[in-house]
Design a protein around this ligand. Structure first.
Ligand code: HEM
Length: 242
């Protein structure tokens, strides 16, 4: 008897699960692929491979370098272009070395966040000694403010393009990389995000809102809830009768 009740309850929960999972999905477009192209900071690159630091940089974990920009492939993310907001994470790291190994800074795993107010921010992992010799290790630090003014985040042929958005170092960025003051200009960001055939006319993927003529998600909720309650009630009545 107890086993039957457990099975019935499990069946009710399973019936409710798909609707809950679908509606937990944030609205917007899933990023299928993409690239963040960014030179970090032109003057820093010149300093590193010039006669002062006598250094170099090496890319890893998916990042590539083609003068004058590093490219980081998109890993995952969602962007809602109708009311621009979302975030996309990119893979890859760049290790800058110089001064015979005293300078050894790695920047990695950029995440581009588009805030609901339309402004952008780039998060970055930064690690290595500062010029003063202090060791810094930060993860997903709010590194750069990204000026998205004038950028059109509507996909064209399935691709959202952010073209050379100007960037400046944030307060947190200046803590992570203290040789520059907050507000210092860094290199602009160019980003392409492939969102496939995500419908931008009002239907976010994930089916949490409804296109004309569709079935609203709450119908699934109510249906699944009713089925679950029915099963429980049935099981209880059956148990009493026995
Ligand atoms: C032996 C140790 C070091 C020496 C002698 C040294 C020397 C210098 C010098 C002379 C400059 C001025 C370059 C110019 O104006 O063109 C400079 C700039 C700079 N150094 Fe160092 N440095 C050392 C270590 C470090 C370390 C560990 C870091 C950490 C990341 C660092 C980061 C920087 C940065 C960000 C700049 C500004 C580059 C720019 O013009 O954009 N340095 N350093």
């Amino acid at each position: 008897m107890r086993r039957t009740l457990v099975l019935l309850l499990a069946a009710g929960l399973l019936a409710a699960a798909p609707a809950g999972a679908a509606s937990a999905q944030a609205p917007g477009c899933e990023v299928a692929s993409g690239v963040l192209s960014w030179g970090f900071k032109e003057s820093f690159r010149a300093y590193i491979d010039g006669s002062i630091a006598n250094g170099e940089w090496t890319v890893a974990d998916g990042a590539t370098y083609d003068t004058p920009t590093f490219a980081f492939p998109a890993e995952k993310g969602r962007v809602d272009p109708r009311d621009p907001n979302g975030s996309v994470s990119f893979a890859g790291s760049v290790r800058f070395t110089g001064h015979g190994g005293i300078l050894d800074t790695t920047v990695a795993n950029p995440v581009l966040v588009v805030r609901p107010d339309g402004t952008g921010i780039l998060l970055l992992d930064v690690s290595g000694p500062t010029m003063e010799g202090d060791e810094v290790t930060v993860t997903e630090a709010e590194f750069l403010d990204v000026d998205l003014t004038g950028q059109n985040l509507t996909p064209v042929d399935g691709v959202i393009t952010i073209d050379a958005a100007p960037t400046t170092l944030t307060e947190d960025g200046a803590v992570a990389f203290p040789n520059y003051e907050a507000g210092s200009e860094f290199d602009p960001l160019t980003v392409t995000l492939d969102v496939g055939d995500c419908d931008l006319t009002g239907q976010p993927i994930g089916t949490d809102t409804v296109a004309d003529g569709g079935i609203p998600p709450y119908v699934f909720y109510i249906g699944a809830g009713a089925v679950g309650l029915g099963l429980i009630a049935g099981a209880l009545i059956w148990r009493r009768r026995r």
